[in-house]
Design a protein around this ligand. Structure first.
Ligand code: CAA
Length: 295
């Protein structure tokens, strides 16, 4: 069944080479999923060689884990690794069909990166943003060809989470949107079209729930009690474990965007989390899940 709001699938363009901008946590996961599921070359770029090497190394490490678990043969693992390469130059996107950015969640950074990519890609290339909270309309406003930008939002861990939120910008063409839906289908994901509103749909709901847990903690509830209050609802992981996986600074950043859009009542920004971020602490658990020792 055609997803609601999706254009005719016949309009979709082939995607035979993918670019990923950024070599961080989400970018590496995206590179792996695109290479593995679409079986196409994927090239990662970042601002310096050390980051590129770390990003590609991370992807190759994930492939080795899949081989060690017996999910891929050694030969398949070798082929998959060969599909994922890296560069510091965005010129490698010259023959890409789709370039997705997964750089720092800051409008200025995203706009600058998209402009750089736009300068090297060919006319039919689609630009996608994995933003989890920022306006695709605003991002498109900085482009010479806003019609080729689409929001393409994945969830962490990318290999496992089944949903992708697709966002139509003010000028996105039907062909670009159809390609986004077809690509999501090729990746084995369920794609839904969502409005270009702060944090779209999933994160707006998820962050409200996580925010209430943090707020209760800020007000003095014991951290373990607050974190386990929803256990009877059988969430796949506790809120603080999820926050640690997403990354506390990332989650805080998304909450700030939501706070700007919807106010303190609905999205209070946790002072406790901010002090952890300021102290460089990245996990809410001192010992991991087994130890259950909240900091
Ligand atoms: N990368 C790749 N695969 C992973 C993975 C990862 N990081 N973590 C788990 N998996 C795989 C495992 O290999 C396993 O696969 P197999 O069954 O084929 O072996 C499968 O997922 C299940 O893993 P586990 O048995 O280890 O653990 P689990 O059953 O507890 O599931 C989980 C782990 C899928 C992460 C689950 O806990 C979960 O769904 N958690 C919630 C995640 C979530 O809500 N994500 C959204 C985050 S919000 C976001 O992304 C926000 C944003 O935009 C900023």
């Amino acid at each position: 069944k055609k997803p609601a709001g999706a254009p005719s699938p016949e309009l979709a363009r082939p995607v035979q080479k993918v670019g990923v901008v950024g070599a961080g946590l989400m970018a590496g996961q995206l590179a792996l999923v695109f290479a593995q599921r679409l079986n196409v070359p994927v090239v990662l770029t970042d601002v310096d060689q050390a980051r590129v090497d770390r990003g590609v190394g991370h992807v190759h490490g994930q492939v080795e884990t899949l081989v060690a678990k017996g999910k891929l043969s050694a030969e398949q693992g070798g082929q998959l690794k060969a599909l994922v390469t890296g560069s510091v130059s965005k010129d490698v996107y010259a023959d890409a069909d789709l370039v997705i950015e997964a750089v720092f969640e800051e409008m200025g950074v995203k706009k600058a990166v998209l402009a750089e990519v736009e300068a090297v890609v060919r006319p039919g290339c689609i630009l996608a943003t994995n933003t989890s909270s920022l306006s695709v309309t605003e991002m498109a406003s900085g482009l010479e060809h806003p019609e080729r930008l689409v929001g393409f939002h994945f969830f962490n861990p990318v290999a496992v989470m089944p949903l992708v939120e697709i966002v139509r910008g003010p000028a996105t063409t039907d062909a670009v949107l159809a390609t986004a839906f077809a690509t999501a289908r090729g990746l084995g994901k369920t794609a839904v079209l969502v409005q270009d509103a702060a944090a779209f749909v999933v994160n707006r709901i998820l962050l409200r729930m996580l925010g209430e847990v943090q707020h209760s903690f800020d007000q003095g509830t014991d951290a373990t009690v607050a974190d386990h209050a929803l256990d009877p609802m059988a969430l796949p992981m506790t809120p603080f474990t999820l926050l640690s996986m997403v990354g506390i600074p990332v989650a805080q950043h998304v909450t700030e965007s939501l706070n700007t859009a919807f106010g303190d009542e609905r999205f209070p920004v946790s002072k406790n989390l901010q002090s952890l971020i300021d102290a460089g602490i990245t996990s809410l658990w001192a010992k991991g899940e087994d130890g259950q020792e909240a900091i």
